[in-house]
Write a protein that binds this ligand. Structure first.
Ligand SMILES: *Cc1c(COP(=O)(O)O)cnc(C)c1O
Length: 368
């Protein structure tokens, strides 16, 4: 009676190990809904992988992790003065590495560290073509001046958050992130980060491919690249993952029978299938099926097509085919329409469901 994420344990763990071995210095990203697997589970898995650091999205996620993973905790979201301190979250501040993207925030942390008599660990984020967070080039000199003697803040490197890897270059997209990284790291201000200690030579990067990382490692032998990887690690081998919902009920209907919250009438003979998984799990309406042109719609109406009746594709598959929602998903279940003639699964049968893992709340995660 549930939406379940099934994980082929051996295959998944082999993929995790392989990914970490291929990308030395990899930092697992553990944030949000834990990529569908849960923050707590990923934290324990990171411990098992033996990495020295994990990255969380926001400081709110630290309490879920810090007792399950015992290394460093990098917070990806840049520090702001209005967020709680590690002490307030009852987390050892010596384990937390803050990302800093504004000069005034760096100054505030420097002040905090000096007052506490213990430097705050920071990574300086440089603004990239993402234009999300980070210091613009003109602020780098002042930022390094604030870092200064390292008494208030201890520099743990520079961070670059890049757009997603380019899979299909167009005239408007760059085929590789290498030139952008090169341009940022060639800033003479960043040439000698080693003067702030060995850890300051770390370059925390996101969304670089393995080959881009190899090229950059050759171009910048003095830098230690730390790829921050979430999707490619936890969800990188989709073949190890399978999502199912369960058939809970099945009702034969004739054309014209009414059903559902909205009293719709069945456009043709078939079966209404009630399956587990609804809006509370993140099951949403997918793109409408069929063509949008008037002519195509008219043809579809003539055929008695379900798309003409306004039915929308669901993420559930029956008999290898993605089926249509009979109406928008309910909170915990969804109603599908199986046209007459197609095989009708029995109550209790599991159906494959296509979901966005990062936006789905599973009832259960089963790792074999
Ligand atoms: C979420 C995030 C990542 C990980 O992204 P994936 O696409 O899941 O690998 C890396 N860096 C930053 C700054 C992020 O916010």
């Amino acid at each position: 009676m549930a939406l379940v994420l099934h994980v082929d344990g051996d295959r998944w763990r082999a993929h995790l190990r392989g990914t970490v071995e291929r990308q030395p210095g990899l930092v697992p990203v553990i944030k949000g809904n834990g990529y569908g697997l849960g923050l707590h589970r990923l934290a324990r898995r990171a411990q098992w992988l033996g990495v020295d650091t994990v990255a969380v999205g926001t400081h709110h996620e630290l309490p879920e992790l810090h007792q399950r993973f015992d290394g460093d905790l990098l917070v990806l979201s840049p520090w702001r003065p209005f967020q709680p301190t590690p002490e307030e979250l009852e987390i050892d501040p010596a384990r937390v590495v803050h990302t800093v993207g504004r000069l005034q925030d760096l100054e505030a942390l420097d002040e905090q560290g000096r007052t506490a008599g213990r430097p705050v660990r920071v990574v300086l984020e440089r603004l990239t073509s993402m234009l999300r967070h980070g210091l613009p080039a003109v602020d780098v000199r002042d930022a390094l001046r604030v870092v200064g003697d390292g008494r208030g803040v201890r520099l743990e490197g520079v961070a670059l958050h890049l757009p997603l890897p380019v899979t299909r270059p167009t005239l408007l997209t760059k085929p590789s992130h290498v030139p952008e990284v090169e341009r940022i790291l060639s800033d003479p201000q960043l040439a000698d980060l080693a003067r702030f200690g060995e850890r300051a030579t770390q370059v925390w990067v996101s969304h670089l491919t393995e080959s881009e990382l190899e090229i950059l490692a050759l171009k910048f032998p003095g830098a230690r690249f730390r790829p921050r990887v979430g999707t490619g690690l936890w969800l990188g081998d989709r073949g190890a993952l399978r999502v199912t919902g369960t058939v809970l009920d099945a009702h034969p209907v004739e054309r014209g029978d009414t059903y559902g919250y909205r009293g719709r009438s069945a456009p043709r003979r078939g079966t209404l299938l009630v399956v587990s998984g609804g809006t509370s799990h993140g099951i949403g309406l997918e793109a409408p099926t069929g063509e949008a042109t008037l002519k195509a719609r008219a043809a579809s109406i003539a055929r008695g097509g379900l798309d003409a009746a306004g039915f929308v594709r669901s993420p559930y598959s029956v008999g290898g085919k993605q089926r249509l929602f009979a109406e928008p998903p309910h909170m915990q279940v969804s109603m599908l329409f199986i046209p007459h003639g197609a095989p009708v699964p029995v109550v209790g049968q599991e159906l494959d469901v296509r979901v966005r893992y990062t936006a789905t709340a599973f009832d259960r995660v089963e790792i074999s």
